[in-house]
Design a protein around this ligand. Structure first.
Ligand code: AMP
Length: 427
């Protein structure tokens, strides 16, 4: 296995890497860094957690220092686009760490942060700009940023970018990039829309794939818990009675849902906070920091806000709502079992969500075992019919008497059973 020295990076970069104990390149770094250093374009299929940030950031830094030039007002030479603020913050933090011994200025521009200081910094001149598409376009339209000097362009999390509806913004931005440039595109999955995007942006790229799509699913112990919609909150509180649920990431479909779940947890004496697109950037950063340090036990997030969550030691991911997109499921559960650790993903599934479960099982090419050993288990009627409107109780029995009844240690009391998955359908 090569070490970083063997990859051809310059001394100031190697020195910075040594300080943060990066000794061996990760597989994506091993494959991507030499190709980018040679000047090739890259199409990288990789998720966060693989080390992909360094795989594009280090060659970018190396290239920009080879040809040292003062930062020109409003004209970055390196541009990195990320779909969310959290991811952009993470990338720029990493770049600042890696470029500690280089004379390169990095600036992050994204929505939810005051635009004035960003303009002032742009005017002073920056070498590397890390941006979300909307804010970058604003700054371009107002004449504060020109992309005419960009030599190295990175588009990170291409699939999420398109899922979030940034296609038109991306077109406007990339139309302003010089044709003679180096480009790297990363995406966790490669649907047709992303291949199409790649075809338009990349020139004879080296394709690097570090994980088969959806292999995260194999590392994570998964269960589905069938439960009526209005009993999900009680089920969550029961599960949290198990002290093994140390650092828990809960996903909801909506922002309001995230707030409601977090409030309910707090009212039950469980420390938690919510993170979603309606929250100001500093509130989101604060919530994330509390989660990282363990000051709160639960972080409730929506998919969009969760994209940049890079926290080690997440013991459980709970899908309070099942996502209607299977790729989101893979991404969500990949927040646990990072860096070789083990992790559990529990999905609450109400009758109306059975159809999402089927799609997920097709995508991950495996059935999700059913845990029916909890106080709120609901078998669901045949044909996955939605629950009849019976006032929220199942079979008339569960009139709240289960509330607060300990659900016990779900992770110990596994009784895996196949859900409605048919292996044939995966073929
Ligand atoms: P990323 O996929 O870029 O978000 O990286 C995931 C995590 O791995 C981050 O916390 C990085 O700091 C860390 N990391 C990346 N490359 C290495 C490496 N070669 N050695 C050790 N840690 C790394």
């Amino acid at each position: 296995m090569t070490d970083f020295e063997g990859l051809g990076l310059n001394q100031p970069i190697l020195r910075a890497l040594k300080e943060i104990d990066y000794t061996q390149p990760t597989p994506i770094q091993e494959q991507t860094i030499p190709a980018l250093l040679e000047g090739r374009d890259i199409l990288g299929i990789a998720q966060t957690g693989t080390g992909k940030t360094a795989s594009f950031a280090l060659p970018m830094l190396n290239r920009l220092t080879k040809n040292p030039a003062r930062a020109t007002r409003g004209c970055p030479r390196g541009l990195i686009l990320a779909p969310t603020r959290e991811l952009a913050v993470q990338i720029s933090d990493n770049i600042r760490t890696y470029s500690k011994y280089l004379h390169l200025r990095t600036l992050i521009v994204c929505g939810g942060m005051s635009i004035r200081p960003q303009i002032m910094q742009m005017n002073k001149g920056v070498h590397i700009l890390v941006a979300t598409p909307g804010r970058l376009l604003d700054l371009m339209t107002q004449g504060h940023v020109s992309l005419s000097e960009v030599e190295f362009f990175v588009l990170d999390e291409g699939d999420r970018m398109l899922d979030m509806g940034f296609q038109r913004d991306l077109q406007k931005i990339t139309a302003k990039l010089p044709a003679a440039r180096q480009t790297a595109l990363f995406s966790a999955t490669m649907p047709k829309t992303v291949s199409h995007l790649a075809n338009g942006l990349l020139n004879d790229p080296v394709k690097v794939e570090v994980m088969q799509q959806a292999t995260t699913a194999e590392k994570v112990s998964q269960q589905v818990l069938f439960v009526a919609k209005d009993l999900k909150r009680n089920l969550l509180i029961d599960l949290m009675g198990d002290s093994g649920f140390k650092r828990v990431l809960v996903f909801t479909r909506t922002k309001h849902g995230a707030d409601r779940v977090s409030k309910h947890l707090q009212q039950s004496g469980i420390t938690s906070d919510a993170i979603h697109g309606n929250k100001a950037q500093n509130a989101r950063q604060r919530a994330l920091a509390s989660f990282k340090t363990g000051a709160i036990r639960v972080l409730v997030a929506t998919d969009i806000a969760a994209r940049g969550i890079d926290v080690d030691g997440v013991t459980h991911v709970i899908n309070f709502d099942l996502p209607n997109e299977p790729d989101s499921y893979v991404h969500r559960i990949g927040r646990t079992a990072r860096n070789g650790a083990s992790g559990s993903a529990l999905s609450f599934c109400d009758p109306s969500e059975r159809v999402y479960l089927k799609d997920i099982e097709k995508t991950i090419r495996q059935p999700v075992p059913v845990n029916e050993d909890h106080a709120y288990h609901r078998t669901g009627s045949a044909n996955n019919a939605p629950r009849p409107n019976n006032g929220g109780q199942r079979n008339g029995q569960n009139n709240g008497q289960n509330n607060g009844k300990p659900g016990g240690d779900a992770s110990k009391r596994r009784r895996p059973r196949r859900s409605g998955y048919q292996s044939k359908s995966a073929a």
